[in-house]
Design a protein around this ligand. Structure first.
Ligand code: FE2
Ligand code: FE2
Length: 146
């Protein structure tokens, strides 16, 4: 297991926590498939990695969209800042996958998943998602404090 759901920061909206738990479950499954591929390089294991990565990407698109729809509906002032982080994350997911497809170097996926992604995810949840969830729940935003 790569990420422990008990170490995931919680936000004050349950629908967001649930999606984050689903997210790390898929990330853990992808991690196992990457290890499996490393131990046994063959087309079958490669396809399993690719299918899981696509599932993760599609889940992430929905994860982000759901937060963005809520922010628009409730008029969250720094909506664009939060959306920009989502867009950067999706672009990086695409770039990493392209690099992996071009090189077939599994270390590219492994390094991204074990180093860059967990840091990004935890930081994003602790900042953007935490502030957004608080606003959705209470109507309080750091940008409307003065
Ligand atoms: Fe989120
Ligand atoms: Fe977010």
């Amino acid at each position: 297991m790569l990420l422990d759901k008990n170490n995931l920061p919680l936000v004050s909206m349950e629908f967001m926590n649930e999606v984050h738990f689903e997210d790390i479950a898929i990330i853990n499954e992808l991690y196992e498939l990457i290890i499996q591929y490393e131990e046994n390089v063959n087309i079958n294991n490669e396809e399993k990695v690719n299918t899981k990565y696509m599932q993760w990407y599609n889940h992430t698109v929905k994860h982000f969209e759901r937060e963005e729809i809520q922010m628009i509906e409730k008029g969250f002032p720094p909506y664009h800042m939060h959306k920009a982080e989502h867009e950067n994350a999706l672009n990086l997911m695409n770039q990493i996958f392209k690099k992996w497809e071009e090189t077939k170097d599994i270390k590219i996926l492994k390094q991204y998943l074990t180093e860059d992604l967990p840091k990004w995810l935890i930081n994003h949840i602790q900042t953007m998602d935490t502030v957004t969830a608080m606003f959705l729940k209470t109507g309080l935003s750091p940008c409307s404090a003065h």
